[in-house]
Structure formats: structure tokens, C-alpha cells
Design a protein. Structure first.
Length: 281
């Protein structure tokens, strides 16, 4: 299993890294578009659609993102959209966790389907705009989610006693959450220091928040982002547990599916853009 995970990770890096650092935006937009379409296909399967319906979900995601690209939406400032998307993630995420695993099937399938499609579209739009701001900015947002996850894993293993959401994800603990938050706080401080030391031409997410809102806003923002990354993870776990599957698919051998890898990014990417637009970074 470990060898399979490593091989898959290396293949993904070989595809994503050249696109990420390519001088123009097109390769990266296409790579992320394929990933989101695959995620939409997985969402269709988790929503109870057959193969045809799931493929239709993937095609709809491609169409929606493609129209946003063609219309020039990706180049426009979208503070209203990020505010709406971020607000919906906070409210709907809290509501889903409240109703739990048993509540998911009671939500009309059309609503579940549209919710997933919109979440994936918003994440694609957000990651494309973040990339347009600069690789330093985008990586600072992505790394926040990765560090929160790694910190939560090791803190949970070492100190985990109080379960966070036993019926949804038995392995997660409150101690893991606090460990992840400590990790992202340290990451933010280190990144601000690195930006200042090496005089980064494009400010990171953290440096932009500090410059515009001070240290208080920066610390509150990264704690909030870390919390929402946990919400994204738990929401996907809730859906999988409701339909009785371990992974969203087997598209990524050793890692599960695309949604398993981007679940925490679905809320955090739009929220990062919301905070950025809000403080006019």
C-alpha cells in the first residue's frame, strides 16, 4: 500500500508541478479542471447516480468551469461570490454536521447534487484566481490545509482522547484539531518571516492579511481556515459513511479518490479568496 501511495503521489507531482510553475495559466487551469470534473463524477456516484448520471455530473462541471473561463469570469474580482460561497460553506457545513450521517439521505437528491457541483465549481474558480495572484500566494493557502491535516494526525495519535465526531469520523479528536491549529499558526508566522527575509515579489496569503489587517486578523483568519478545513473533511466523511463506502473512488491508487484528497480544500479555497478580497490584499 505504501509503495502504491508513493508511486501515485510521484505521478501526480510530475503532472501538477510543471503546470503550477509554467509561465502561463493555461496548463494549470486544465489540470485542475480535470481534477474537479473527476471529483464531480465521484460526487455523482456518492449521490446515488449510475455511471451515466455520474459522467453527466462530470460533464456539467466541465461545462460550468468552461463557461466561466470563456466568459472571462476567472479574471474578474468576485468579492460578492466569495462572500456568498464562504457564507454558505459555514452555514451548510454546520447544518450538515448537526443532522449527521442519518440526515444526509433525507436531503433531496437534486439539492445534494447541485450543492456538490457548486462547491467544486467555486473551488476551481478560487484556485485559478489564487494561481493568477502568484504561486507564493496559492502555495501558502494549499499548505495551510496540508499542515492542518498533518498536525491533526500526529497530535491525535499522540494525545487524542476526546472524540471530535465519533459517528462521522471515529479517528478524529479534539486534541488533533488543536494540534492542527498550532501547526498552521506556526506556518503563518514562518511564512511571513520568509516573505520579509527573501522579499517575495508576490505576498503570501499570510503576509497580505498581516499587512492589511495586522497580526490579530492574521491569527484569527488562519485558525478559522484550519477549522473550516476540518469541516470540509468531516462533510465528505459524513457523505461516505452515509452511503457505506470507505473512499470516494479508486481513481488514485493508494489514496482513494479525488474528493478524498481535496475535501478540506473545497471550503478553504473560496474562504481564502473571500478574506483576501475583504481586506483588499
Amino acid at each position: 500500500m505504501l509503495q502504491q501511495r508513493i508511486i501515485t503521489a510521484l505521478v501526480l507531482l510530475a503532472i501538477v508541478l510543471p503546470a503550477l510553475f509554467y509561465p502561463g495559466p493555461l496548463p494549470f487551469m486544465l489540470v485542475v479542471l480535470v481534477m474537479m470534473a473527476a471529483g464531480a463524477w465521484e460526487w455523482g456516484r456518492l449521490s446515488g447516480f449510475g455511471q451515466g448520471g455520474a459522467l453527466g455530473m462530470g460533464a456539467l462541471c466541465l461545462l460550468l468551469c468552461g463557461l466561466s473561463w470563456w466568459s472571462g469570469l476567472v479574471q474578474q474580482p468576485l468579492p460578492w461570490l466569495w462572500m456568498l460561497g464562504g457564507g454558505l460553506w459555514v452555514l451548510c457545513g454546520a447544518a450538515l454536521l448537526r443532522v449527521g450521517v442519518a440526515g444526509w439521505p433525507r436531503i433531496p437528491r437534486l439539492l445534494r447534487t447541485l450543492g456538490g457541483l457548486i462547491a467544486l465549481w467555486l473551488a476551481w474558480l478560487a484556485v485559478v484566481q489564487a494561481h493568477a495572484r502568484g504561486v507564493n500566494f496559492l502555495l501558502s493557502v494549499l499548505t495551510l490545509v496540508w499542515v492542518a491535516d498533518i498536525g491533526a494526525y500526529f497530535s491525535g495519535r499522540a494525545f487524542g482522547r476526546r472524540k471530535l465526531a465519533l459517528a462521522i469520523s471515529p479517528g478524529k479528536s479534539w486534541e488533533g484539531v488543536w494540534g492542527g491549529m498550532v501547526g498552521v499558526l506556526l506556518l503563518a508566522l514562518l511564512w511571513v518571516w520568509a516573505d520579509q527575509t527573501w522579499q517575495a515579489p508576490v505576498p503570501s496569503f499570510y503576509t497580505g492579511l498581516r499587512q492589511q489587517g495586522g497580526w490579530g486578523l492574521l491569527l484569527l483568519a488562519v485558525v478559522f481556515m484550519a477549522a473550516m478545513s476540518v469541516v470540509g473533511d468531516l462533510v465528505e466523511s459524513l457523505i461516505k459513511r452515509s452511503v457505506g463506502v470507505k473512499d470516494s473512488s479508486g481513481l488514485l491508487p493508494g489514496h482513494g479518490g479525488v474528493l478524498d484528497r481535496i475535501d478540506a480544500l473545497l471550503p478553504t479555497l473560496p474562504l481564502a479568496m473571500m478574506l483576501t478580497e475583504w481586506v483588499h490584499v
